[in-house]
Design a protein around this ligand. Structure first.
Ligand SMILES: NC(=O)c1ccc[n+]([C@@H]2O[C@H](COP(=O)([O-])OP(=O)(O)OC[C@H]3O[C@@H](n4cnc5c(N)ncnc54)[C@H](O)[C@@H]3O)[C@@H](O)[C@H]2O)c1
Ligand SMILES: [Zn+2]
Length: 359
């Protein structure tokens, strides 16, 4: 097991990565100073697999924890589902010392996290991520929120958990496509900030794809340590944290252009990272073989890396110009300098679109 702390002054909290945490989380939470009425929020895929074990493990905090199961899928990140969570917490007379545990992928983490941020102006939150994407990315960092019919993640709050516990044995039941999608976010950290990690990923692609526990523990812990280092320096994304958006400017536009149904998020990010690496070749002289290394790894992981011609449509380009990171007709883009190093650069939006058209 690996253990470290995210240092954020009074919001500092421990992170655990290892096997079997699902059964010991009650003790870990107690050691972190938590006890009180406890609710677990999970979804309809994860609940049947792991909820009973978690409820038993929570006995040190609460002998009769409340279980709240929502439908699996992005559409549960909604005001309706959030309202049903509040209803159940209020009916069960939860108070300010209560605890909410998010057991699931990024959808459950964002939804339950926002419920914890807002219920009674904030109750304790434990993140128990179960998808690879959530374990390497969304469970740490404090971004919580839900979607609005007019856009993703439009309603939310920065709210730090009191504890993050990534039990890598839970990844064994993750469907193959969702597992590979998480790898896109994992390799992102190596590409932008750790060249040695990238070289190691090149060596270990096989054991990672076979989901060997030691390899998964090392991978998840390394990603979370990198994310923690960024969040510690820029919790609310005023600057440095934007580096983590590598691949996401193009990726988000692809997701929007396909109505969030053609591609999984990580797949869109995989395509986006390669497109943005090519932009870096044109704009800051990234050597082409660095793009090739990144693309080869993503392909070997079974991820898409090219924008299908039919998607280079008006919706894609208008989504690009509506990107949240756009300011005064400039798009903030993460440009690779080499594998392991990147910087955030403002590019006039029309130039970005011209470059992408030319790729
Ligand atoms: N807060 C952040 O910083 C942040 C960062 C990245 C993404 N996100 C959000 O995360 C969401 C995507 O997360 P996701 O990819 O985890 O999606 P998800 O939560 O929908 O999980 C993907 C699928 O895998 C299933 N699943 C999860 N764990 C499983 C397991 N162990 N075994 C079997 N099935 C399992 C889920 O039920 C779901 O069907 C998006 O809403 C995105 O906006 C948030
Ligand atoms: Zn992402």
């Amino acid at each position: 097991m690996q253990h470290f702390s995210v240092e954020l002054k009074q919001r500092s909290h421990p992170v655990f990565v290892g096997s079997g945490l699902l059964d010991t989380i009650g003790d870990l939470a107690q050691a972190a100073g938590l006890s009180g009425r406890t609710a677990v929020v999970t979804d309809s895929n994860v609940g049947p697999l792991y909820l009973d074990r978690l409820l038993r493990a929570l006995a040190p905090l609460d002998r009769h924890p409340l279980a709240i199961q929502v439908a699996a899928g992005e559409h549960s990140k909604s005001l309706d589902t959030l309202a049903r969570i509040y209803d159940q917490l209020i009916e069960a007379r939860f108070d300010r010392r209560s605890i909410i545990v998010a057991l699931g992928g990024g959808v459950v983490g964002d939804l339950a996290g926002f419920a914890a941020a807002t219920f009674l102006r904030g109750v304790a939150l434990i993140q128990m991520p179960t998808s690879l994407l959530a374990q390497v990315d969304s469970a740490l960092g404090g971004k919580t929120g839900i979607n609005h019919p007019l856009g993703k993640n439009l309603i939310g709050a920065f709210y730090q958990p009191r504890l993050v516990a990534a039990d890598i044995t839970l990844l064994q039941s993750l469907p193959e496509r969702e597992f590979r999608e998480g790898l896109a976010e994992a390799v992102k950290y190596a590409a932008i900030m750790d060249g040695a990690m990238f070289a190691q990923l090149e060596q270990e692609a096989g054991v990672i794809l076979r989901r060997e526990p030691a390899a998964l523990e090392a991978l998840v812990a390394k990603c979370l340590r990198h994310k923690a280092a960024v969040v510690e320096r820029d919790e609310q994304e005023h600057g440095l944290r934007a580096l983590l958006n590598f691949g996401h400017t193009v990726g988000h536009a692809l997701e929007a252009a396909t109505d969030y149904s053609g591609l999984l998020h990580g797949e869109a990010v995989a395509i986006g990272m390669v497109a943005e690496a090519r932009l870096a070749q044109a704009l800051v002289g990234l050597e082409p073989h660095q793009t090739t290394r990144l693309q080869s790894w993503l392909k070997a992981a079974g991820l898409p890396t090219e924008i299908p011609a039919t998607w280079r449509n008006d919706r894609f380009f208008s989504a690009l110009s509506l990107d949240k990171k756009r300011e005064h007709d400039q798009t903030r883009l993460v440009l690779l300098r080499k594998i392991g190093q990147a910087s955030v650069v403002s590019v006039p939006s029309h130039e970005l679109i011209d470059y992408l058209n030319a790729l």
